[in-house]
Design a protein around this ligand. Structure first.
Ligand code: PLP
Length: 425
């Protein structure tokens, strides 16, 4: 039989990849703690947490046990007309942990689907209240909200996706990208746009504080207060996409906490199950739920086959226990995220003097080195693997969001590896 990676290259689509693939992917056989083990026995320190998800590392004993335990009871059962403890407990805990006012939880399969559900909630809310023209979304540039069509329509319009789908994607309202520090003029731009478009706006949707896959940029939490006020003033709902930022990554349990602002709808995903299984949720206020309930179709017409999957919910509950308990994080997760923030700031500082580096920035357990050119993926991957780390740059960005359990030594090696990648890419 051909090598696994050769069959993969010819047969299997990978994210944002051509078919057949130009570069064969690396085969992972096992992962434990912060280490990925490759087919040839090499071990890599994981700098990506499998795209924000594996916050406690791999094969965490509590998460493994929760999965095994739940498999012994049931892996899945339909959610229409039936319910179960893992989902009920998870929804109740999420509502308790989320910013004030988010009372109701819609469980779904992936981040993109939770964005679709969030948009459906907002559009249906206004339709039910007799404002069917409020259908558009406002967002700022530099965002990323997923790959399904409605989610794509609020992603940053640069970069070809919008041009390619012109006429297919709904046209949304875009503000400029949020500046890193608070600027009155930009706050004014947000207020003006919301006021001007209020009649057609169902919601403002943004990633709070950290824009992830759209450019790994950070902005002042003050803008979230501006959005909240302007949305309230002009009858527009506010949606926070916390799929990347949720569960501590930015230094606050939810990034909304940096501003003390509550949205009307919030999406979570990625780290919800500690990276074990795909699960996401859209949370909303009682006001939104009640509004939907007053419509001609008084239900939220959405119901994925695998809604509330017990296995995923059981692991998500275990992941919350680990995050909020004292076993894995005796000093609390905040202390570990702070420790990683300091480690990244110190470890990535030397990148500032490398040729081709335009910026180095850190927020919570997220470190970013920005280049003045697109990284050469093959050269970057080779340099990372040679340095014993796993990093996956995109565009001009080499970045890391390591698991919270990464030790100081591993973090230092990760930062050195990232510098190697910045030199090679
Ligand atoms: C990853 C991500 C999504 C999409 O989630 P999927 O699970 O990949 O569908 C949406 N919004 C943000 C902010 C994300 O980081």
């Amino acid at each position: 039989m051909d090598k696994l990676s050769e069959i993969d290259r010819r047969r299997v689509w990978h994210p944002y990849a051509p078919m057949p693939a130009r570069v064969a992917p690396l085969v992972v056989t096992e992962a434990s703690g912060v280490r990925l083990r490759l087919e040839d026995g090499r071990e890599l320190i994981d700098g990506m947490s499998s795209w924000w998800a594996a916050v406690h590392g791999y094969r965490h004993p509590d998460l493994d046990a929760a999965a095994r335990d739940q498999i012994g009871k049931m892996s899945h059962v339909m959610f229409g007309g039936l319910t179960h403890e893992p989902a009920v407990r998870l929804a109740d805990r999420l509502a308790g942990l989320a910013p004030d006012g988010l009372e109701h939880v819609f469980l779904c399969d992936s981040g993109s689907v939770s964005v679709e559900v969030a948009v459906k909630m907002c559009l249906q809310y206004w339709r039910s209240l007799g404002f069917p023209d409020k259908q558009k979304l406002l967002t700022w540039r530099g965002g990323y909200h997923g790959d399904t069509f409605m989610a794509m329509s609020v992603c940053d319009p640069e970069g070809g996706m919008h041009r390619m789908w012109d006429g297919v994607l709904p046209r949304q309202v875009f503000a400029g990208p949020p500046p890193e520090t608070f600027e009155q003029s930009y706050a004014g731009e947000l207020r003006d746009l919301i006021a001007r478009h209020a009649g057609e706006l169902a919601a403002v949707m943004v990633e709070p504080v950290v824009q992830g896959a759209g450019g790994m940029r950070f902005h002042s939490p003050e803008y979230l207060k501006v959005l909240r006020q302007a949305c309230d003033d002009h009858g527009v709902l506010l949606v926070f996409d916390e799929i990347a930022t949720g569960f501590g990554r930015s230094g606050s349990l939810f990034a909304a906490g940096h501003a003390g602002v509550s949205p009307d709808v919030m999406c979570v995903g990625k780290a919800l199950t500690g990276g074990y299984l795909t699960l996401a949720a859209a949370l909303c206020t009682s006001e939104v739920a009640a509004g939907i309930g007053r419509g001609e179709l008084p239900v939220l017409a959405h119901g994925p086959t695998f809604m509330g999957n017990p296995l995923a919910c059981a692991v998500a509950n275990a992941s919350l226990d680990v995050l909020l308990g004292t076993g894995t994080y005796p000093r609390g997760w905040q202390a570990e995220v702070k420790r990683i923030e300091s480690g990244l700031a110190a470890g990535l500082e030397p990148a500032r003097s490398l040729p081709g580096v335009t910026d180095v920035r850190v927020q919570g357990a997220i470190g970013v080195v920005q280049l003045d050119h697109a990284a050469d993926m093959a050269a970057a991957t080779e340099a990372a693997v040679r340095a014993g780390v796993w990093l996956r740059p995109f565009g001009e960005l080499i970045y890391t969001m390591p698991p919270y359990v990464t030790s100081d030594d591993d973090l230092a090696r990760l930062c050195e590896g990232l510098l190697e990648v910045a030199r090679a890419a």
